[in-house]
Every structure is written in C-alpha cells, then in structure tokens.
Design a protein. Structure first.
Length: 117
C-alpha cells in the first residue's frame, strides 16, 4: 500500500488488513466535536498536553480510518486488533498525529505511550 505522508496519510495493519488513515478536515471536525474542542489549536493542545485514554485512541483511529476512505464505526474500531495490543494502537495514533500536526515524533509518542490504556 502506498501512502503519501505529505498529505497526512499513514498506513497500518489492523485485523491483518492494510488500512490507510488520514485526518482530513472532515475527520478533524469530527474530533473537535468528539473532544468538545472549539478550534484546531484547542484540539492540538488536548492531544499535546495529556495522556490519551483507550476511548480517545478509538475516536482518533475511527476518524483517521474514515478520513482514509473506510466506512467504520466506533464499535468497529473498538473490536479491532493489532500486533502489540494497546501499544500497537498507540504507535498508530502517534504516527497519525505526528503527520497531521507536524508534532515532534518523540513528544507525540511520550504523550500517547505514557499510559495508553
């Protein structure tokens, strides 16, 4: 699978299937609603300043999958599996946030990985 990281796309193997994820403008609006953020800077602050819970990661992954063109629900994502379990999901979320917001990968990883569940 070929993704374009300059367009914010990442690839991930979830449920033994290759997926493309992207936080499009629509996906970001979905996340603003889900996290009750009034703006993109508030959303970025939320992702940068706190540890993400499992339910946070489900919302981010769902929005990223939808932005990548996949028709999935939060329940679908909650039932998905990746190699490495919660840590594997945290790596995907970190990668997605890094390419979307241009975050320093080490900082983004620290935010997500300190307590992924």
């Amino acid at each position: 699978m070929m993704v374009n990281r300059h367009r914010g796309e990442v690839s991930a193997k979830i449920d033994n299937r290759d997926w493309t994820l992207c936080l499009t403008l629509g996906a970001l609006a979905e996340l603003e609603n889900a996290f009750e953020a009034a703006s993109l800077p508030q959303l970025l602050e939320r992702f940068s300043s706190s540890r993400l819970s499992a339910s946070d990661m489900i919302k981010i992954l769902c929005a990223g999958l939808r932005g990548g063109g996949h028709s999935v629900t939060l329940d679908d994502v909650a039932d998905m599996r990746v190699e490495g379990g919660a840590t594997g999901f945290a790596h995907i979320v970190t990668d997605l946030l890094t390419v979307t917001f241009g975050l320093d990968n080490a900082k983004a990883s620290d935010q997500v990985m300190q307590n992924p569940i």
